[in-house]
Design a protein around this ligand. Structure first.
Ligand code: WT7
Length: 682
């Protein structure tokens, strides 16, 4: 069966033909019977799911609130976000809600003083939240550690003091190269607390990826771990961090004053005298109170690198004030989160989803967040369901790729567990096919839980297009922009394409958690996102709207792949391939994959003096070697399914490799209507 729509145009679920019904007033909704339960019934429903009365009755935000908020935000956007900001604590109030005078470098809550950690931790210590569970962590081997807000606060303060003791101050960068551990969360919060800028690097990334990010971020300190558990194996991490530092230019390497190493896997770990320090030694004897740095609203909170259309990843800067308002508002509205929830977002803290909805969002909301160290199928396919059951998870936020994986293992693993605590399900990262949506809804949510498909990006910082629990749902659609967000689907001239047509997804109004820019590269930020349609943010995604105004995201318009929901540029993969001595030139395209959504296929031209394949060299061996090479260079995220050797690559008149031609050949169809977008966009 076809799975998630791929990045190149096809596979979008047909728009359901239903009367326009979004945002109905509550009494009407209450009158509507829920007719879900079997797939047949769902099909008779023409795949429109009305919220259950009990969901509407219990929701923090009811349908009238949504209608009011949309109207309010349209008439007075600043007033709308100002109200959202008033739900948080500030050290000094803003002079202006939004300042677009230096657009596209928008500034939010200018003149205000704040610190997101004050809202995520400090303020809770003065209330009943103090002794509530903040964080439940589960290791892959089943060990658990839990922290109340007060305990988390003290851990963070100890580390904040330790970092200050190591000379880290306001504005310094701290790289966090960690698997999902409590210390990962401590490190993010401790850095932010003292005004440093954290930059997490996913633990699955290679030394080269880490080095590239360090070269740009120039960290004063790196926080890492000896090793961690994944799929029953111990994966060493500190040696990779060492290798990355060793390959930096000497002045930058010298700038890395310290490496703080968490002792997790009890491995023999070489420590560099004077530079490296064990985490437990660093925090030993540190006081459990620490001053929270008073930041300007626009001061950077973190840098997060993401793949784009060029070889080098871009470091997006997010600032304290705007980010905290956007994340807090979406946390409460989209997830309808209450203090009694057990919220499990399966993303790693190192990705943007982890920043916003594992760490900052849940903690600002005063709820309990769950963090899992290991592989979701370890030691058996029911691990996720067993965790939901044992911990009493109420809200599960995950990725379509994981849903597909679990779906493939069968509903019997789900059926073995009591999942009655669940009340909301949500996904992010790539399109979810109606098939996967329906499976999730039926087998995991037992027809009781809304499934919310949330669209956003590293750049947006917060969820942008998404249903709320009280919305009408169509499987596979992200429904509509949230209140305060304006989006449309347009052609290459910026004209709305109208229902049923594919086009570029644009955001037409700034929003609080938006990227403040690309670190060290104002020009790229301007060019990549704002140049094409002046005043609008161009997302790089292709979407279509249906007759009801619902949005269906189809995938990337540019040369960025979404492999298992992880963004990776074809340019990065091509650069990694080209660094192999046998490769003269190459091109990488995305091809659909039932499990990962998309994987890469590489076309390779060998160097002139390369022995002919089939004589001395076995083509399969060389292909395997190239796949391994890229994996070593970029990390396990970079999955190449197939390597094809060719005599040459198709090029246009200016010499640019035409990946579109390769794609059409590969997929046996014309990528026609997207071609102009694509050629223009890249
Ligand atoms: C890209 C952003 C912040 C979320 C995690 C990924 C794709 C994201 C959806 C969705 C279809 C989606 C887009 C986007 N994407 N959510 N619900 N439906 N596609 O963050 O690594 O910055 O990637 O992920 O293509 O541009 P990211």
């Amino acid at each position: 069966a076809p799975n998630a729509p791929n990045a190149h145009g096809d596979g979008t679920p047909p728009s359901a033909t239903v009367p326009p019904l979004p945002d109905l007033p509550a009494p009407h909704l209450r009158d509507l019977p829920f007719t879900g339960g079997t797939i047949d019934a769902l099909l008779r429903e023409e795949r429109v799911f009305r919220p259950l009365p009990q969901v509407v009755a219990g929701a923090v935000v009811n349908p009238q609130d949504v209608t009011r908020a949309r109207a309010r935000a349209a008439a007075d956007p600043d007033g709308y976000w100002e109200e959202a900001a008033e739900e948080l604590e500030w050290f000094r109030r803003w002079d202006a809600v939004h300042d677009g005078s230096n657009a596209p470098f928008h500034r939010w809550f200018t003149g205000a003083r704040c610190n997101i950690v004050h809202n995520a931790l400090d303020r809770h210590i003065e209330t009943g939240t103090k002794n509530r569970l903040a964080l439940i962590w589960e290791g892959e081997s089943g060990d658990t550690r839990s922290f109340t807000y007060y305990q988390l606060y003290r851990e963070v303060n100890r580390l904040a003091n330790a970092l200050r003791g190591l000379g880290v101050g306001k504005g310094d960068r701290v790289i966090i190269y960690m698997p999902p551990l409590p210390e990962t969360v401590f490190a993010m919060l401790a850095a932010a607390k003292i005004g440093a800028v954290h930059s997490t690097v996913f633990g699955g990334f290679s030394a080269r990826s880490l080095r590239d990010r360090m070269e740009d971020a120039r960290p004063a300190v790196i926080v890492t771990v000896d090793g961690f558990y994944r799929n029953g194996r111990v994966i060493p991490l500190k040696p990779i961090a060492d290798e990355a530092v060793a390959t930096l230019p000497p002045d930058l390497a010298a700038g890395v004053r310290h490496m703080v190493v968490v002792h997790r896997a009890h491995m023999e770990t070489p420590m560099t005298e004077g530079r490296d320090i064990w985490y437990h030694d660093a925090v030993r004897g540190q006081h459990h109170e620490a001053l929270t740095e008073i930041m300007d609203s626009t001061d950077p909170l973190f840098l997060l690198y993401t793949s784009g259309t060029t070889g080098k990843p871009k470091g997006h800067v997010h600032a304290h004030g705007g980010y905290m308002v956007g994340v807090h508002r979406t946390m409460r509205w989209v997830f309808d989160v209450k203090p009694t929830d057990i919220f499990w977002c399966t993303a790693e803290p190192g990705w943007i989803t982890g920043h916003s909805y594992v760490v900052y969002g849940p903690l600002m909301a005063g709820t309990t967040t769950v963090l899992y160290e290991g592989h979701p199928l370890y030691p058996e396919p029911g691990r996720v369901w067993s965790m939901v059951e044992r911990l009493g998870v109420t809200i599960l936020y995950t990725a379509p790729t994981l849903v597909r994986m679990l779906m493939r293992h069968g509903a019997q693993h789900v059926a073995r567990h009591d999942l009655t605590t669940l009340r909301l399900l949500a996904t992010v990262g790539e399109p979810i096919s109606p098939e996967a949506w329906l499976w999730f809804h039926r087998h995991v949510g037992r027809g009781r839980c809304p499934v919310l498909d949330t669209w956003w990006q590293t750049e947006t910082g917060m969820i942008m297009l998404s249903p709320l629990p009280v919305s009408l749902l169509k499987p596979g659609s992200v429904t509509r922009p949230l209140p305060g967000i304006e989006a449309d689907v347009v052609d290459e001239h910026g004209k709305p394409v109208g229902p049923g047509h594919g086009g570029l997804l644009v955001l037409q109004r700034p929003w609080p958690a938006m990227s403040c820019g690309v670190y060290n590269d104002d020009e790229s930020y301007r060019r990549l996102y704002w140049e094409r349609f002046p005043g609008w943010y161009c997302t790089g995604d292709v979407a279509r709207r249906d007759e009801d105004g619902y949005f269906w995201i189809q995938g990337r318009a540019d040369d960025v792949l979404l492999i298992a929901g992880h963004r990776i540029g074809t340019a990065e993969m091509e650069a990694a391939l080209a660094s192999h001595p046998s490769v003269a030139e190459c091109a990488v395209i995305g091809v659909p994959d039932a499990l990962r959504g998309e994987v890469a296929k590489a076309f390779v031209v060998l160097v002139d003096d390369h022995p002919p394949l089939g004589t001395m060299v076995n083509a399969d061996d060389l292909a395997t070697e190239l796949v391994e090479h890229v994996r070593r260079e970029l990390g396990p995220v970079a999955v190449i399914r197939e390597v094809t050797f060719r005599e040459g690559l198709p090029r246009n008149r200016s010499g640019k490799i035409m990946r579109r031609v390769l794609r059409s050949e590969e997929l046996g169809r014309d990528t026609g209507d997207l071609s102009t977008l694509e050629d223009g966009y890249v």
